[in-house]
Design a protein around this ligand. Structure first.
Ligand code: EPZ
Length: 462
């Protein structure tokens, strides 16, 4: 398993383009099951979760080509393959996004129940209730969900759960309803930008969807969907992670393809904390994408953050902001409303000198002068990102084990950060022979960061 070794203290500076969005790409890729013709997706990020989805779609008869221009082209080859097996589904919860398209297009689906998650219970009851409302017959068999339907029929579905709506649940039901007979109304739908991106693809394929981005979706079913050519939106959580890394290291960076209108809640908190966020392009204020400069003058003010469904503050940036607020002058309060147990990172940050008081879903973060480097353990994707940011800002050396968590959601994170002047290197502890079995972990690459910001990649021969 790979480890990151980080020497803290470097102020991040330089320019980076934000990669394509993992949480948009995964349901977009699942929509390939709906197309009767070739589907082309562009700007898909090179992540282990994306590779898992490609493997899963291969199990489901989707032929795939990686084109020279970086686009991913698919064509359904064998529509009789309808079993999403445990070996892939257990590695990635978002595999559940194939359920709706399969039962809508092939009238049968066998999808393994997704496994547990490091930060709490993540049910799929809303997914299943939504499909039943469209006429699917659902049963559980040996840990698999079996869904069958002659042809789905439109209906009215309430997608709100005790913690708000579900993004992948909304994606699943929307992707099923586009081929249902008649009209479907989804109340309390997720409003996340990734849902808008998926709706844009489905409409390009011939679907009839109104209200994407609002809590009420109205879908007129059609008989079939054509192919399309669609580019994945930039990743708002990756963009937010880079912004926090710059802020925590007293840095100044420029981000291209920053998904401005998807991050208004985060930008608002950054400004409250005293981080300068400037748009360098002259696009409209509501532009989907912008070029943005993030500058921090170290004196950070405390903040009160409560995670909410979009357009509220995203739960996927909660851990990263906890690291930043460790360095604020005063006490901050973070309340996690989506996943009340999503605090695996607190104990690890405490090992680096962070001071916390937790009461259920709320953590009080006491500002400290600085964090101190230490060996820490990654536990889930965003908790791992927060530990990387802590290592960048800390005094001394931080080693982060099990960075395969990061490879799920960040494209070659160590290279991106080295490009901004960070002193970070990946050390592979996995013997080359078995490396291929674990998420294709990268070969040993030592990143030497000379005083200038251009990082030099050398393949160490140890
Ligand atoms: C999406 O997960 C994201 N993943 C998550 O990002 C993100 O944290 C989450 O939305 C919330 O914004 C993808 O899009 C692939 P949920 P999703 O757990 O839609 C409750 C990351 O780091 N719920 O379904 O799968 C559930 O308990 C990942 O990139 C039900 O009650 O999120 C939770 O509290 C982590 N019943 C809330 O809804 C259901 O059937 C969020 O939903 C489904 C969900």
């Amino acid at each position: 398993m790979d480890t990151f070794v980080i020497e803290g203290g470097a102020r991040l500076s330089g320019r980076l383009q934000v990669d394509g969005s993992k949480n948009a790409a995964l349901p977009l890729m699942a929509a390939s099951l709906l197309a009767d013709e070739e589907l082309v997706l562009r700007n898909i990020p090179d992540l282990s979760d994306v590779r898992s989805m490609k493997a899963l779609l291969g199990q489901l008869g989707v032929d795939q080509v990686e084109a020279q221009d970086g686009s991913w082209k698919t064509q359904v080859g064998d529509p009789t393959l309808c079993h999403a097996q445990y070996d892939v589904v257990s590695t990635m919860r978002a595999s559940i996004c194939v359920l709706g398209p399969l039962v809508a297009r092939r009238h049968y689906a066998r999808v393994s129940m997704p496994g547990g998650c490091a930060f709490g219970h993540r049910p799929i009851d809303l997914h299943l209730r939504g499909l039943e409302a469209l006429g699917a017959r659902i049963r559980l068999e040996n840990g698999d969900i079996i869904a069958e339907a002659d042809r789905l029929k439109g209906g009215t579905i309430f997608m709100g759960g005790p913690f708000g709506s579900t993004v992948t649940g909304t994606a699943n039901i929307m992707s099923a309803a586009v081929l249902a007979e008649g009209t479907t109304v989804i109340e309390s739908a997720a409003c996340e930008p990734e849902i808008v991106d998926l709706a844009n693809l489905l409409k390009a394929m011939g679907a009839n969807i109104e209200g994407a981005g609002s809590p009420r979706l109205v879908i007129e079913g059609v008989d079939s969907l054509s192919g399309a050519d669609h580019s994945v939106m930039p990743d708002r959580i990756v963009a937010g992670t880079w912004a926090v890394a710059a802020a925590a290291t007293n840095g100044e960076i420029v981000l291209d393809r920053f998904p401005w209108d998807s991050l208004l809640a985060m930008v608002d908190v950054l400004k409250q904390v005293g981080v300068r966020v400037e748009r360098l392009d002259d696009g409209p204020e509501c532009a989907r994408e912008a070029t943005v400069r993030i500058t921090s003058e170290r004196h950070l003010r405390p903040a009160v953050i409560t995670t909410q469904p979009h357009p509220g503050f995203p739960t996927d940036l909660q851990a990263q902001f906890m690291t930043l607020l460790c360095l604020a002058e005063g006490n901050s309060v973070i309340t996690e409303k989506i996943y009340p147990e999503r605090f695996m990172h607190v104990a690890e940050l405490a090992r680096m000198g962070g001071l916390f008081t937790r009461q259920g879903p709320t953590v009080v973060v006491q500002g400290v002068k600085s964090l101190i480097g230490a060996p820490v353990m990654a536990s889930d994707l965003r908790a791992s990102a927060c530990l990387v940011i802590a290592g960048l800002a800390a005094q001394g050396t931080t080693t982060i084990n099990r960075v395969y968590h990061l490879d799920r959601g960040y494209v070659r994170m160590e290279e991106r950060l080295a490009q901004l002047g960070a002193s970070i290197r990946r050390v592979s502890n996995t013997p080359a022979s078995s490396a291929a079995k674990t998420n294709d972990s990268a070969p040993e690459i030592e990143i030497l960061t000379p005083p200038t910001s251009s990082a030099k990649l050398v393949k160490s021969d140890r």
